[in-house]
Design a protein around this ligand. Structure first.
Ligand code: KIV
Length: 268
């Protein structure tokens, strides 16, 4: 696939949602993989703090620092001309609204991120509002929050009962109202993710959240089948049967856009 013609912006993503056209998101942590994503037409490249696990070898994302994120985001930005680059705000870098604004500011000024992602819902309304006021586009990550793994007691599907499902829908609405530009849902029942996607005007990116989200994201090492250990249920090895990494990423983009990924077996 040829590179996209003009830079992807939040307006592009909103228009895609309005026109019921899906877009693709994939993680990348360096220039080489970012270039392959760019060439395959991935609209959003996420520099995820999953790099703490897949690059640095930690057993969670908690040890990742703001400087780590800035370093990897800058590497990704050097290889992207069209894709929108989203960078994760690491654990403990957005405890207070003012701290969040300055942490995000560093990711944008020094790393070149177009937008940032933080984990949390209604409790972060003031934070997201302060960021929006300062011109910082935000993605609110809901559902399974990997930075809260110790509090959650493990990596588990969230929103399974009625009370937690309603709370997540309210969180998503609160984030949109506070000025968030995207919501990301991780490990959420497909029916709930579909309901949230329908209820919001802003785009919803899913991972383990069923096919009805406006977009999908995967950790690139998972979808290339090179993450050690058991592959998560929501992922798929797109390299199997393909001749190259480029072909695997192109297959992923095509499957996301056509709605053939995720299938029922990848969903909860
Ligand atoms: O850090 C990351 O890669 C993420 C995705 C799993 C959504 O947040």
């Amino acid at each position: 696939m040829t590179a996209l013609a003009s830079p992807i912006t939040l307006t592009t993503l909103r228009n895609l949602k309005r026109n019921a056209q899906k877009f693709a998101c994939l993680t990348a942590y360096d220039a080489s993989f970012a270039q392959l994503c760019e060439d395959a037409g991935v609209e959003v490249v996420l520099v995820g703090d999953s790099l703490g696990m897949v690059i640095q070898g930690h057993d969670s994302t908690l040890p990742v620092t703001l400087n780590d994120m800035i370093y990897h985001t800058a590497n990704v930005r050097r290889a992207t001309r069209h894709a929108l680059v989203m960078a994760d705000m690491p654990f403990m870098t957005y405890v207070r609204a003012e701290q969040a604004v300055f942490s995000a500011g560093r990711l944008m000024k020094e790393g070149g991120a177009h937008m940032v992602k933080l984990e949390g819902g209604a409790a972060f309304v003031e934070t997201v509002r302060a960021m929006a006021t300062n011109g910082i586009p935000v993605c609110a990550h809901l559902g399974l929050l990997p930075q809260s793994v110790n509090k959650l007691g493990g990596y588990r599907v969230q929103g399974k009962d009625e009370a937690s499902a309603t709370a997540m829908l309210n969180d998503a609405r609160a984030m949109q109202d506070a000025g968030a530009d995207i919501v990301l849902l991780e490990c959420v029942p497909a029916t709930l993710a579909a309901q949230i996607t329908k209820a919001l005007e802003i785009p919803v990116i899913g991972i383990g959240a069923g096919v009805d989200c406006d977009s999908q994201v995967l950790v690139i090492y998972d979808m290339l089948g090179i993450t050690p250990g058991k592959r998560p249920k929501f992922s798929h090895d797109f390299l199997r049967g393909q001749a190259s990494v480029s072909d695997a990423i192109a297959a992923y983009v095509s499957a996301v856009k056509s709605g053939t990924f995720p299938a029922v077996e990848h969903s909860f």
